[in-house]
Design a protein around this ligand. Structure first.
Ligand SMILES: [Zn+2]
Length: 202
């Protein structure tokens, strides 16, 4: 892969609007050439460290890695169905509900330092639980109407539109919005060049 494209699409995105949506966004360019940034357990450890720094996850087993990706894709399909006003697959919803019922971590204040420590029996499971709880909250609340899919055919990232008018079309104006603006400007220019000056005014 070309180094510049690798760095451009190799970055995690944390601007999807919520934990569950950021997790789903770890597959970049779902609309064209999907690139899974969590294809290895190490990638998942890195993402956990950035997305849920309060929970120390130092390693992920192959089994937990597989479970995490199954949850991620179930959340993706569920949200995508909601965006399309279609009923989500009950198997996906069941999996999300199951993870949401998993015990999450809880904060504990230490004495005498008064530092907060997050306690959990199963670090990976507790992060997946937080992701699933977030997904359940979005799917079952008014936030559902703010779920969007990026208009860029190649990107198709899911995001929460928190803008007051709720009319966002792009995952980010600075990424897909600008690219689309340039593309439509170029195609308009080409079109006017093709028609040529003689066609003007006709
Ligand atoms: Zn996009």
């Amino acid at each position: 892969m070309h180094p510049s494209s690798s760095s451009r699409y190799g970055r995690f995105r944390f601007d999807a609007g919520s934990l569950a949506l950021n997790f789903v966004a770890t597959v970049r360019h779902r609309g064209s050439r999907p690139r899974d940034l969590l294809s290895s357990p190490e990638g998942l450890v890195r993402w956990f460290g950035l997305a849920a720094p309060h929970i120390a996850v130092s390693a992920v087993s192959a089994g937990d890695h597989e479970k995490a990706l199954l949850l991620r894709e179930a959340v993706h399909r569920t949200f995508r169905s909601l965006i399309r006003n279609e009923p989500p697959d009950p198997r996906d919803v069941d999996l999300v509900n199951e993870w949401a019922s998993h015990p999450p971590s809880h904060p504990r204040i230490e004495t005498p330092s008064l530092e907060v420590r997050w306690v959990c029996a199963d670090p990976v499971g507790s992060v997946l639980s937080e992701i699933a709880r977030d997904a359940v909250t979005i799917a079952g609340s008014g936030a559902r109407s703010r779920l969007k899919m990026c208009d860029s055919e190649s990107c198709r990232m899911l995001f929460l539109d928190n803008s007051p008018p709720n009319r966002r079309r792009w995952c980010a104006m600075s990424i897909c919005g600008n690219r689309e603006k340039i593309r439509s400007f170029r195609s308009r220019k080409k079109e006017s060049e093709r028609k040529g000056p003689s066609s003007e005014g006709k």
